[in-house]
Each structure stands twice: as structure tokens, then as C-alpha cells.
Design a protein around this ligand. Structure first.
Ligand SMILES: NC(=O)CC[C@H](N)C(=O)O
Length: 239
């Protein structure tokens, strides 16, 4: 954990990649650590700030097409997110976040832009924007509980050979290719699940945290969180 006992959580450019409420993922991580008696520090990096390379876990959220272009340029110039991944840091990148940490994405006016290349995925426009609830059955690495969230994107994301899907789409669109959502490559995870994703899927949050702490975490039972999950799954007729 970065050489200290406190988990360092970076929130990457919420002023650009904060359109869909994904900053809530940071609050969930910090709170689930606090409930286990583990200290954390949230480092919020707005555009123009330097993203430190020594954080334990990085949250990259969703945003508009132009904003994600600005974000990727800054991140590439800084090089720190790539350095952190090289060091084994954990990344959760949602929607535009996943697109920009991939190898390429198509921006406004059909121009192809290079991504950071931290995840072997490439994104192209979809014929029809995907908007609505998204339910995903994760691969066994992430347990046996359905992941719930909402999606709102025009990009269709293709996996390259170095990435594997986060899971199979049960309801909604996800990546828009091969019936899967997201991508996983080492400790870098991408998904189209907003929600915030970790608020709706606490076991997923804990999985990422065990990668950071290197230990199993005591289970937590928070009735409000379970009620939210159940309500969201019921809304799309999944249980
Ligand atoms: N929700 C998002 O982050 C949107 C990402 C991207 N701008 C798209 O529409 O595909």
C-alpha cells in the first residue's frame, strides 16, 4: 500500500470525467476501508493538477466526448497513470475512462485518437447510443453476484487479446460486441457500469480493495446497499 498504512485513492480529473456521478466510487472505497479500520487518503486531481504516480488505486470516470479528449492528452503528457499501472496499482475506469485508457477511440467527427494503452481495448461509434440499466454476470474472478449499473454511451468497445471481459451482459448493451461488458487486464478494470458502480456492487468494491490491501476483508452487511441492489435489479426484471 504505497509504503504506508494508509490506502491512497486517486480520483482522476472529476472536473472532466465527472458527468455521470462516478466520483461516488471513491467515497465507497474510502468508507468500506473505514468500516474495516483501515485509513485512506483521497487525492482529488482536477485537470491541471498532477496525478501522482504513487497511489494505490485510481478511479477514472465517464464524461463527454470532448472532455475525454482533453483528459487523455493530459494523462499521456503526465505519464503517471501508466507508471502507476506498471507498478501494479489498481485502476477502475468507467465508460469514457475505459475508452481513454484503451488503445484507441473514435472521437467527434470520426477522428481516431490514441488512448493510454493500459487496457487492450479499442472503441468505435455504435449505430445507436446505449442508454439504460445494465446488468452484468461477472467472470468468476469477481464472484457470483450480478453487477448492476446504468449505461449511457455511444462507443462500442472491442477487446484485444490481452484483455478479458469483466462479464457477460444479462440486460442492456455493455461493450456492444460479443455480449460482454468491460475489460480486465491485470489489475486494470474497465466497465460501462455507472451507478456509481461500486455503490451498487459492494462485493466488486471489496475485490478491488483486496488487490490493494493484499488481505481478505471482513464481510460487511449494509441493509441500504442491499436494498438498492435489489431495487435496481427488480427494475429490469432480474433477480
Ligand atoms: N458515459 C460516458 O462516459 C460516455 C463516453 C463517451 N463519450 C461515449 O459516449 O461513448
Amino acid at each position: 500500500m504505497g509504503g504506508t498504512s494508509s490506502v491512497r485513492i486517486a480520483l482522476v480529473f472529476p472536473d472532466l470525467l465527472g458527468t455521470y456521478g462516478d466520483r461516488g466510487n471513491v467515497a465507497v472505497l474510502a468508507e468500506r476501508l473505514r468500516l474495516r479500520g483501515v485509513d485512506s487518503e483521497v487525492i482529488e486531481c482536477n485537470v491541471g493538477d498532477f496525478v501522482p504516480a504513487d497511489c494505490d488505486i485510481y478511479m477514472v470516470g465517464g464524461g463527454e466526448d470532448v472532455a475525454q479528449l482533453v483528459a487523455v492528452r493530459h494523462l499521456r503528457r503526465q505519464g503517471t497513470l501508466a507508471a502507476a499501472v506498471e507498478r501494479g496499482a489498481v485502476v477502475l475506469a468507467v465508460c469514457a475512462g475505459m475508452q481513454i485508457i484503451g488503445t484507441s477511440f473514435v472521437g467527434t467527427e470520426g477522428v481516431v485518437h490514441g488512448g493510454l494503452g493500459l487496457l487492450d481495448v479499442s472503441t468505435r461509434p455504435m449505430p445507436k447510443r446505449a442508454i439504460g440499466e445494465l446488468v452484468v454476470r461477472p467472470t468468476s474472478l469477481f464472484g457470483d453476484e450480478l453487477l448492476t449499473g446504468f449505461e449511457n454511451h455511444g462507443g462500442c468497445t472491442y477487446l484485444g487479446p490481452d484483455a478479458s471481459p469483466l462479464g457477460a451482459v444479462v440486460s442492456g448493451v455493455g461493450n456492444g460486441v460479443n455480449g460482454v461488458d468491460g475489460a480486465v487486464q491485470g489489475r486494470v478494470v474497465g466497465t460501462y457500469l455507472h451507478g456509481p458502480c461500486l455503490a451498487r456492487n459492494p462485493r466488486f468494491a471489496d475485490k478491488l480493495l483486496t488487490w490493494v490491501t493484499g488481505t481478505e476483508l471482513a464481510s460487511l452487511s449494509i441493509p441500504e446497499v442491499e436494498a438498492l441492489r435489489a431495487e435496481r435489479l427488480r427494475a429490469v426484471g432480474v433477480r
